[in-house]
Design a protein around this ligand. Structure first.
Ligand SMILES: N[C@@H](CCC(=O)N[C@@H](CS)C(=O)NCC(=O)O)C(=O)O
Length: 215
């Protein structure tokens, strides 16, 4: 039975999942819910995902939400030795960058996206935007330092840490803001853009999110 994914393609958390499926060349069914499509507040959907958020997946008997958990699961189940190192010390490094992304990096660029893109122009606060950009740049500096040493976050090969972190690059580089440039991050972005699964899943226009804080 094919994997089913619920979620809208303009959600960066859904994009991680679609990108992972693409890297692993796994067939899947896609049900568009969330945002304008709604559908996340029904009893059936809430029974799968009590948060009423996207993404959610089903793979056989397994129903799973939380995008990073989904990416890790797919990588372990279908990408062992590929996206998911089997050796504990190697995997620990992948988890370090994945968890840093969840707790620190993604919240930092998401805060800029919320303040500058999702907040209606008349309500935007330049000071808040400036502080959010400065904080995000501190995290990009850390990323840049790592990528000075290795082509991908965990070393020589693409892993699920790159999938979890890499979804931020399109939004970061296309927002109408002044930002510092980071040469190693730019080179990593270029490497990711060579991957059709990345481009298809992540380089997705987000016009429907402009000025809209409600979803
Ligand atoms: N921590 C959750 C966050 C999920 C989340 O906030 N999803 C947003 C889209 S990125 C959502 O469902 N928004 C409401 C909607 O799209 O209707 C995850 O990573 O899966």
């Amino acid at each position: 039975m094919a994997i089913t994914v619920w979620g809208r393609l303009t959600s960066s958390n859904v994009q991680k999942v679609i990108w992972t499926l693409g890297e692993l060349e796994l067939p899947y069914e896609h049900v568009v819910v969330g945002g304008f499509a709604k559908g996340t507040n029904t009893p059936d959907y809430r029974a799968m995902n009590p948060n009423g958020l996207v993404p959610t997946i089903r793979d056989g008997e397994l129903v799973l939400w939380e995008s990073n958990a989904i990416v890790r699961y797919l990588s372990a189940e279908y990408g062992s030795g590929l996206l998911f190192p089997v050796e504990a010390r190697e995997r620990a490094v992948v988890d370090q960058w994945a968890d840093w992304t969840a707790t620190t990096f993604q919240p930092s660029w998401s805060a800029v996206f919320a303040a500058k893109v999702r907040t209606p122009a008349a309500e935007q606060k330049p000071d808040d935007i400036g502080k959010a950009i400065a904080n995000a740049e501190r995290q990009f500096e850390i990323l840049d330092g790592r990528l000075a040493d290795v082509p991908f976050l965990a070393g020589d090969k693409l892993t699920y840490a790159d999938l979890i972190a890499g979804i931020g690059l399109y939004r970061w580089t296309t927002m109408d803001i002044s930002r510092r440039s980071f040469a190693n991050v730019t080179a990593w972005h270029r490497r990711l853009r060579e991957r059709p699964a990345y481009v298809k899943a992540v380089e997705v226009p987000y016009d429907e999110l402009v000025g809209r804080l409600t979803f």
